[in-house]
Design a protein around this ligand. Structure first.
Ligand SMILES: [Fe+2]
Ligand SMILES: [Fe+2]
Length: 266
């Protein structure tokens, strides 16, 4: 099947195991056929979700203390929820924007391939966390979670540049800022198994931010926009609030996200 139809199947799968399976099918078919396909007329209003976790507003998600097994489980549950959303965000990028007229035909295969690799990473990140949660006697869905990530996706569903600016370059980049602190805290309480998973995720997320930043800059070039000022305008239109320092300048720089993008917005 074409990548767009397979990405649609990811979005339409509710059970975590099925969503992961659909992501792997997407990657496998792409390996074999490089068929882009189309699904834009069939896009769901929102991706299918399991009955749990219950979605609540961000303020209603409890703070987590890492000294206890339950506290560490709650932290990993929150990260698993982000990864679950990230699977859908990558699939949405393929199904919704894979045919965007601003992507030159010659670049389309690279664009789709990049986001398929992201989708597959996110599915693996989710699986790693789900496995670790079960070792902590928990499962994804046991705790409430918030829907902030998908709300950002809804806001940018009609603006390709805004989606690239907000999803990878604001939200995933924010992950680079906060993950080293989580790794340190987990290590300090002796939970190396959880810390090791977050290390894998952290390293691979640098690649995701890099993919987003690269396509954003390419799009800016195509549209004749100055990348940094365009980014500033899009973030102020599509993202509520300022960007929160301190920034992980080293990781952001590795991802090709220059300080000129984010420093003026803090
Ligand atoms: Fe991830
Ligand atoms: Fe990611």
């Amino acid at each position: 099947m074409g990548a767009a139809q397979n990405a649609l199947a990811v979005l339409n799968s509710s059970a975590p195991a099925k969503k992961g399976l659909a992501a792997r099918q997407l990657a496998q078919d792409w390996e074999q056929s490089r068929d882009i396909g189309t699904a834009i007329d069939l896009m769901p209003d929102k991706p299918a979700r399991p009955g749990h976790p219950v979605l609540v507003s961000p303020g209603d998600v409890k703070r987590r203390r890492l000294g206890t097994k339950a506290g560490r489980g709650a932290l990993l549950h929150a990260v698993a929820h982000i990864e679950f959303n990230a699977i859908d965000l990558a699939a949405d990028m393929i199904a919704r924007f894979g045919h965007h007229p601003d992507i030159p035909k010659a670049d389309q295969t690279n664009f789709i391939g990049d986001w398929i690799s992201v989708c597959l990473d996110e599915a693996r990140h989710f699986d790693l966390l789900q496995t670790r949660l079960s070792e902590l006697d928990m499962s994804y869905g046991d705790l409430p979670a918030h829907n902030g990530l998908w709300e950002a996706a809804v806001k940018t569903k009609s603006n390709f540049a805004a989606r690239l600016a907000i999803a990878p370059m604001v939200l995933e980049a924010r992950g680079l800022d906060v993950t080293p602190g989580m790794i340190e805290k987990l290590t300090n309480v002796g939970d190396n198994a959880s810390a090791d998973i977050l290390k894998i995720i952290y390293n691979e997320e640098i690649g995701h931010v890099a993919i987003g930043a690269r396509w954003f800059q390419k799009l800016a070039q195509i549209r004749g926009q100055e990348p940094e000022s365009w980014f500033h305008a899009l973030v102020s239109d599509y993202f509520a609030g300022r960007l929160k320092p301190p920034f992980n300048v080293q990781a952001r720089t590795l991802a090709g996200l220059k300080e000129g993008f984010y420093m003026p917005l803090s």
